[in-house]
Ligand binder design. Structure first.
Ligand code: DC
Length: 225
């Protein structure tokens, strides 16, 4: 059975850095499901599709090839890694991610990837909906101010010019959307380990995750003996 580690949680809790580092430490694939929803929104915008037309977007999700290639995200061969992080795509992604029909297609694609290789997967619904029997489930969270500070720092690096207050406000809009989503809402799986990252460095979070995976593997090994 493939190893599946799910990392869910709100925006800005440090999931991406932690998931990427954990996957590298375990030498397994990293699946960024947020990037998949973003890439799909980008593809829909490129085609001029109405984002509210969920049947059309679900059809598009079946057609487009979203590929992760050494840290880059490709949509039908086009590198969209930078563009999918823009404010415009971030805002559009919400509509795409809210549609149950789209999520159903994404679930099938994500499960297929998870059935083929060992993965660390990051998102909102990975431990609850997509991989309910994952090897290890983690819910990474942090206070709203801490998360906004982290995201603002990223915006400064990107030179977007957004203020801390603007980042905080758009974060609360996204939090509300993530929590209220009719399917795939942001919630910790009942069997997830919840880690609050406010007072932890990235290295400490990763060490904690590596230990969790090792402990689970050992316990499973004993169980299988
Ligand atoms: O993690 P992120 O900020 O890149 O996610 C982008 C958007 O996609 C955000 O609106 C939440 C949504 N999302 C989702 O609904 N389910 C996932 N598994 C991952 C992301």
């Amino acid at each position: 059975m493939p190893l599946i580690v799910t990392l869910d949680g709100p925006a800005g809790a440090g999931k991406s850095s932690a998931a990427r580092a954990l996957a590298a430490r375990l030498n397994v694939h990293y699946m960024d499901t947020g990037a998949m929803y973003r890439a799909l929104a980008w593809a829909a915008m490129q085609r001029g599709y109405a984002l509210e037309n969920s049947a059309l977007i679900a059809e598009l999700a079946r057609e487009v090839q979203i590929v992760f290639d050494t840290g880059r995200v490709l949509v039908d061969g086009t590198d969209v890694s930078a563009e999918i992080r823009s404010e415009k795509v971030t805002a559009a992604t919400r509509y795409v991610a809210d549609a149950p029909a789209v999520r159903e297609v994404m679930k099938i694609i994500q499960r297929k990837i998870g059935s083929e290789c060992d993965i660390v997967t990051e998102g909102r619904d990975q431990g609850t909906v997509v991989f309910p029997t994952a090897t290890v489930k983690v819910f990474l969270t942090a206070s709203a101010v801490h998360r906004a500070k982290r995201r603002h720092q990223e915006e400064v690096v990107r030179g977007s010019g957004l203020t801390f207050q603007e980042v905080l406000e758009s974060q609360s809009v996204r939090d509300a959307a993530d929590i209220a989503r009719p399917v795939g809402a942001l919630v910790a799986a009942v069997d997830a380990v919840v880690i609050e990252t406010d007072s932890l460095t990235l290295e400490e979070v990763v060490e904690c995750l590596v230990s969790l995976v090792e402990e689970t593997r050992q316990a499973r090994g004993k169980h299988d003996d």
